[in-house]
Design a protein around this ligand. Structure first.
Ligand code: CU
Length: 439
């Protein structure tokens, strides 16, 4: 079988995995979750602001004799990373990540886990303080949950914070194909500093080799797709808020890389983790926070009007599938090779001589028809042109007139006159900028 790198090399120097362009505009996929609209007036009567899982949903529970009973089903699912890329993944209750479990410190919870996979599994409640026998490490704490079986986990929540869940059975495979979820525990006595909007997502990486339909669990570092809640830009929901609201974003990492998550427009405070919301003396202002593998981090900020980029700062993590080992075409005149490849692949156009930004235009024009089921390396359109991103990128959209509890996409920001960078010249010799001259 032709490997991905070989394939990319064969498609021609500079032809990064290109392809069927996904829809250009950020399409908000309607969340399954029914998050209650909570205004500042009603907030005092609510025990907590329900968390909003980007592109995801919250698992409903049943009260049974004072116990909150949840039911997770481990199963194979068809998942769409963005229009143009679907895969056979594994998840819970029809999605990857699985639904968010949300509860309150002090709750007694019972979680039924039914295994509809064809191999055994378990669930580890990552970061949650519980009896050893409920910790979910197959073989160590419990027998494996065989195909068709249902196990019950039951424990009392002794803490609050941003926790996660994932299998601790054939972990490399089961996590690589999407089995994970978030477990949010709200403090019993409410928040000393109230929150207006509470978002959460998990970062992940996927070896979805171009032209394939199943993530490859054997890959250690060289991934093709980088996701927030198993979605890539432009299919990731925006974080929306009203000017002045206090927004928390809870981020967890069950991928194979650390992710320095950067937000434009504000200094956020790093305020918590799986250790709960930290005391204020530990809060620190940042604009980038690394979410290490296995960690969670909560950030909070006061919303400032505008459209603000929010993304991982590893620049390859904001791209989709690409050839990491293709020859470097930067500065290379490819006129001759262009003609040679055109004989075999009509419509081929060499690129990359002056940089990669032209990639998105080429794909939009239909050049470099890539493998099927493969997203373009960079994509997305904004009000001023191509955004040239993919993967772990979304936007924070803050508006003065956003209604409390409204999570719909407000469209692009109408910047006040005089506040957008503009062209003052098209002459490269314009002005007299100082340049360093060696002696
Ligand atoms: Cu990253």
């Amino acid at each position: 079988m032709t490997s991905r790198r070989e394939f990319l090399t064969y498609t021609g120097a500079g032809a990064l995995a290109a392809t069927v362009a996904p829809t250009a505009t950020a399409k908000t996929i309607e969340s399954v979750a029914t998050t209650a609209a909570v205004s500042k007036q009603t907030r005092a009567n609510q025990p907590y602001v329900p968390v909003r899982t980007l592109n995801g949903w919250t698992l409903p529970y049943k009260m049974k004799n004072g116990v909150k009973e949840f039911h997770l089903v481990a199963e194979e699912i068809e998942h769409e990373f963005a229009p143009g890329s679907v895969a056979k993944c594994w998840g819970y209750n029809g999605t990857t990540p699985g639904p968010t479990i949300e509860a309150v410190e002090g709750d007694r919870v019972r979680i039924l886990v039914t295994n509809c996979l064809k191999e055994h599994t378990t669930i580890h409640w990552h970061g949650i303080l519980l009896p050893s026998g409920m910790d979910g490490v197959g073989g160590l704490n419990q027998p494996q949950i065989k195909p068709g079986e249902t196990f019950a986990y039951e424990f009392t929540l002794k803490q609050h914070g941003t926790q996660m869940y994932h299998p601790h059975a054939d972990e490399m495979v089961q996590m690589a194909v999407g089995m994970m979820g978030m477990f949010i525990i709200h403090p019993r006595n409410g928040e000393a500093t109230p929150i207006d909007r509470d978002y959460c997502f998990l970062t992940h990486n996927w070896a979805m080799h171009p032209g394939t339909y199943r993530p490859d669990p054997s890959v250690l570092q060289d991934f093709d797709l980088w996701t927030f809640n198993s979605k890539v830009f432009p299919a990731i929901d925006p974080v929306v808020a009203r000017t002045g609201e206090r927004v928390r974003v809870r981020m967890g990492n069950l991928s194979m890389w650390n992710h320095p998550i950067h937000m434009h427009g504000v200094q956020f405070w790093v305020t918590g983790s799986d250790g709960g919301r930290w005391s204020k003396s530990q809060w620190r202002p940042e604009t980038t926070e690394i979410i290490g593998v296995g960690q969670t981090r909560d950030i909070e900020f006061i919303a400032v009007p505008g459209d603000w980029a929010f993304h991982c700062h590893m620049s390859h993590h904001t791209m989709n599938a690409m050839g990491h080992e293709i020859p470097n075409t930067l500065g290379v005149d490819q006129t001759d090779i262009d003609q040679e490849i055109k004989k075999m692949l009509p419509g081929f156009m060499a690129m990359g001589r002056y940089g990669m930004a032209e990639h998105q235009d080429h794909v939009d024009m239909g050049h470099h028809q890539g493998p099927e089921n493969t997203l373009a390396m960079m994509t997305g359109k904004g009000p001023y042109g191509n955004i040239e991103m993919g993967g772990m990128f979304t936007t924070v959209k803050v508006r003065d007139d956003m209604k409390p509890g409204d999570y719909s996409d407000p469209g692009w920001y109408a910047a006040p006159v005089g506040t957008v960078a503009t062209r003052v010249s098209s002459n490269p010799d314009y002005g007299n900028p100082p340049r360093f001259k060696s002696a």
